[in-house]
Design a protein around this ligand. Structure first.
Ligand code: B3K
Ligand code: ZN
Length: 888
């Protein structure tokens, strides 16, 4: 296996200043002429050969300055020697062909439903032509597309359209020019039968821009939300960071065959339909929210990623962590109220703690700036994206909102148009804020980039009544991760408050500090252990720690039920308030698991506290929904050393049933107050009401199903049939399916019938059935049956993810079977997908990351399944890397 290492980075031996590409598009055989102006990077030496990357290409001809050139092939690379030793430019022309319709990898140039698309990040451009396919080689592109006019009326590439016209034999052409230098991974083309929603906007600076959202004919009415999200993103980046749209034309194009969410190609973003199309009849509130955040994310990349890009792929988080931070802030600002912002923050934290913390604790653990990889596509991870965003957020916390904006401005002053590193970014933020804690602690702070794993922080408080002091002792530890045994202390901002037992905020003044006391502050933990003593504390306080989740750490503190209750009832910070409910629930669940107790009971004190939240007229519905949600099975598994997924499921289901029963009257009242959701708008407030109504209906249906009462299941079925939007309809359907009520068997075929022509809704239909609660092992056979459904197609990533991942990743109790059949299914699908689409296969391979933590008999079965995949002869390097690391 070939391992790429960060320490081996060398600047490129050549630069490619301009690229002129001419495509003769044909699904079976596309011809590509690539004419480059190349010059030696003499700073890197005078002797090196030019080594161009290529993959799956048929090479026809190579010309240097118009003359046939001698070259050799080495390991897939095209190698040219005898080139000028100085930096005088020369022209290099390469003729190749490729087969887009055979490209099931969906990397490079491929077709989807008769339309051509490209995906070049990370290393797809080399599947289009031979090139220096690395992000630090930036060029100006001019692209001519030629194709049959009837089949491919729309021809798009990056930048501006400079010419178009007819050719012979019913063909036509379009010529595009992108004035901005860019790395090859940002190249894109699209050709097909598409229609566009268009809008012209006038930016703050008076410049006019044309915005277009291209989709297949028939999908046009589902593009309004994407267009509005794009307009909002443009306005937001101007206001918040002073960053303007730099192109005359900005295009978004949707495809239903895509390996990921979307791609930020300069001026021509390509999107998975899932993150463009939204109508109230077919998309849920969550879908609407995702469209907004992904449209924002890709748009924000135009500056953070495209104008300033990565020097090498180890710096991926430079653009991804920062851009996730930006899209999170955008969504929060769009959500409006403080409470809605907090809800978004809690959702982001929940994702991070459930999935990124698991990654940090497993065989794929890697730093935000990795040191090595076998396949870069395996490193588009939660660590790079979500933890990377948390690192940026901590900088933001340490320098403040204004300081952060100054830092971003300096970052663009220094590096616009360049390919740079994470160090460059951190240095710019620090240099713009010379007096900040970040600057004082910068070298140590940057350990967040170099150390893998999640720090654990132990907090203990000591109240001294005589002295009227409260001492908070914070201890941090970081466990070894693969390849990193010695860890050093991190810089951990801990935002906190102190509460009295009746919930009042206590002013905080540190010993020896002259500053007036404040009600909230941020301590910076930078040593292995530190104690902070607060003075003039009149009573033993309840600490509210890590407010807003101020650092991506696991916090351990021994709060008793009464203290948790104080926080849940009174804390001014919605995050810690929510967290109190989760800590409490988690303790109840884990105690029951450890005691081997299958019929645990919810303590009345806990249900009463939840009841208070549910009935509090001052709290937003969305927040209530989060508090009333028990920690997921995956999150609970994270907290346990040896995992028996069946036990987790049994205990959690038992408690869920009790929550449904104990609060039945509250759920009814909640339903009565929230179920009439009125005219549909996808804003945060109404979405929250729909979510809470959906939760109430699910709880009432669940309770009736056990109590054999037909009223609520009947209401759920009625709601399912009558609902005027997908959120209410799908929540009602889910309520029946999750209660395993017989009416689900009536509703599911009806749902299919209603939406048989809506691919994204069918994905939901498959996913819901795959993630239904298991009864005596009946879900796996059902999934296997669904694999044979005429609407199932393993080659379509969305469909494969909905059914297969819906089972392996979203249904732990059905997947982890005592007979190991779930793992055998997993192995079969990894092997099948490996032959079709290595990236999707590698994602699926990761479903077994945590296998070493499993209890027997699960663990032995898991190992057998992993070994079977490992023994395959034709394993892609994507899948091989994941499986090797899992077994290491
Ligand atoms: N930059 C792309 C992801 C590319 C993934 C390549 N395997 C989307 C995004 O983060 O915006
Ligand atoms: Zn991104």
């Amino acid at each position: 296996t070939h391992i790429v290492r960060r320490e081996d980075y060398l600047p490129p031996a050549f630069w490619i200043d301009t690229v002129e590409l001419t495509f003769d598009l044909d699904p079976a055989k596309t011809r590509v002429l690539n004419k480059m102006r190349v010059r030696r990077n003499t700073a890197a030496g005078t002797e090196q050969a030019l080594r161009l990357d290529g993959e799956d290409l048929n090479l026809a001809r190579v010309l240097v300055n118009g003359q046939g050139a001698t070259f050799k092939m080495d390991n897939g690379q095209l190698v040219l020697s005898n080139l000028p030793v100085d930096d005088s430019p020369f022209e290099l022309e390469i003729f190749t062909t490729c087969q887009p319709e055979k490209n099931t990898l969906l990397s490079g140039l491929f077709t989807s439903q008769g339309t051509f698309f490209t995906q070049c990040e990370a290393e797809g451009f080399r599947r289009i032509t031979y090139f220096l396919d690395r992000p630090d080689v930036m060029s100006v592109y001019t692209v001519t597309l030629r194709a049959d006019q009837a089949l491919y009326p729309v021809l798009l590439s990056n930048g501006n359209l400079i010419k178009e016209g007819q050719l012979e034999e019913g063909r036509h052409f379009a010529k595009w020019h992108d004035p901005f230098k860019k790395p090859s991974y940002l190249f894109a083309l699209v050709a097909g039968k598409l229609v566009a929603r268009e809008q012209t906007i006038i930016a703050r600076n008076g410049k006019e821009h044309l915005l277009q959202v291209f989709v297949r004919p028939g999908d046009l009415e589902k593009t309004e939300h994407a267009m509005q999200s794009l307009i909002a993103s443009i306005a937001w980046d101007e206001t918040r960071f002073g960053l303007h749209l730099d192109l005359d034309r900005f295009m978004i194009v949707a495809t239903s065959d895509f390996n990921m969410g979307a791609m930020e190609n300069k001026g021509l973003n390509i999107f998975n339909t899932k993150f463009v199309l939204a109508s109230q009849a077919t998309a849920t509130d969550v879908d609407f929210g995702n469209v907004e955040s992904v449209v924002g994310h890709e748009y924000f990349h135009n500056w953070t990623g495209n104008r300033i890009t990565c020097r090498d792929w180890f710096q991926l988080s430079l653009k991804e962590g920062l851009t996730v931070f930006r899209d999170q802030e955008f969504s929060m600002d769009m959500a409006g109220s403080d409470s809605a912002r907090a809800v978004k923050r809690i959702e982001d934290v929940r994702l991070l703690r459930t999935n990124q913390f698991a990654e940090d604790a497993g065989p794929m653990a890697h730093p935000v700036r990795p040191d090595s990889y076998q396949e870069i596509n395996n490193f588009y991870t939660l660590t790079i994206y979500e933890k990377g965003a948390e690192v940026v957020r901590m900088m933001h916390t340490l320098v403040g909102e204004q300081g952060f904006r100054k830092g971003i401005t300096l970052y663009f002053e220094r590096f616009d148009g360049q390919a740079v590193t994470c160090d460059d970014f951190a240095q710019a933020i620090a240099d713009a804020n010379p007096e900040s804690e970040l600057t004082r602690l910068l070298p140590q702070f940057k350990r967040w980039y170099s150390q893998a794993g999640t720090p654990h922080v132990q907090a203990t408080g000591l109240y001294d009544e005589m002295a009227q002091t409260y001492t908070l002792r914070l201890t941090q530890t970081l466990r070894p991760t693969p390849g990193q045994s010695d860890k050093q202390a991190s810089v951990i901002p801990v935002k906190l408050g102190l509460l009295t037992r009746s919930g009042q905020a206590i002013p905080m003044q540190l010993q020896g500090e002259a500053d007036p006391a404040t009600l909230e502050r941020t301590l910076v933990l930078s040593e292995a252990q530190q104690a902070f003593t607060f003075v003039n504390v009149a009573q033993a306080p309840v600490p509210s720690l890590l407010r807003g989740f101020s650092a991506p750490v696991v916090l351990h503190q021994q709060l008793d039920d009464e203290e948790l209750e104080v926080l849940l009832e009174h804390d001014s910070d919605p995050f810690t308030r929510w967290e109190a409910s989760q800590q409490w629930a988690q303790r109840i669940i884990i105690t029951a698991i450890n005691d081997g107790n299958d019929t645990p009971e919810l303590p009345p004190r806990f249900t009463q506290a939840l009841s208070k939240v549910l009935n509090d007229p001052l709290l937003d519905a969305a927040f209530k929904d989060l508090v009333l949600t028990l920690p997921s099975e995956a999150y609970i598994a994270e907290q346990i050393a040896t995992v028996n997924p069946q036990r987790i499921h049994t205990v959690r289901q038992a408690l869920l049933a009790q929550l449904a029963a104990a609060l039945q009257a509250d759920w009814q009242r909640t339903w009565d107050l929230h179920h009439d959701t009125g005219a549909y708008t996808p804003d945060a407030l109404s979405a929250g009401r729909r979510a809470l109504a959906g939760k109430a209906l699910a709880m009432l249906t669940l309770h009736s199903s056990t109590a054999e009462d037909t009223i609520w299941p009947g209401k759920a079925y009625q709601r399912f049939k009558d609902a005027s939007n997908m959120t209410d309809r799908f929540n009602a359907l889910s309520a029946l399916v999750h209660a395993r009520h017989p009416l689900a068997a009536k509703a599911l075929p009806l749902f299919h019938q209603l939406f048989k022509n809506e691919a994204l809704v069918l994905d939901k239909w498959f996913q819901l059935q795959a993630s239904a609660p298991d009864l005596d092992g009946d879900i796996l056979p059902q999934v296997q049956q669904l694999m044979k459904h005429p609407d199932f197609n393993i080659k379509n990533p969305n469909r494969a993810r909905s059914l297969i991942f819906g089972f392996t990743n979203a249904n732990p109790a059905a997947f982890h079977r005592e007979d190991g059949a779930g793992y055998q299914f997993w192995a079969d699908q990894v092997i099948a997908l490996n032959a079709i689409n290595a990236q999707v296969a590698a994602r699926l391979a990761r479903a077994m990351d945590a296998w070493r933590k499993l209890d027997e008999p699960f663990k032995a079965h898991a190992e057998t399944a992993l070994q079977r995949v490992a023994a395959q002869e034709k394993l892609s390097k994507d899948v091989r890397e994941i499986i090797e690391k899992a077994l290491a």
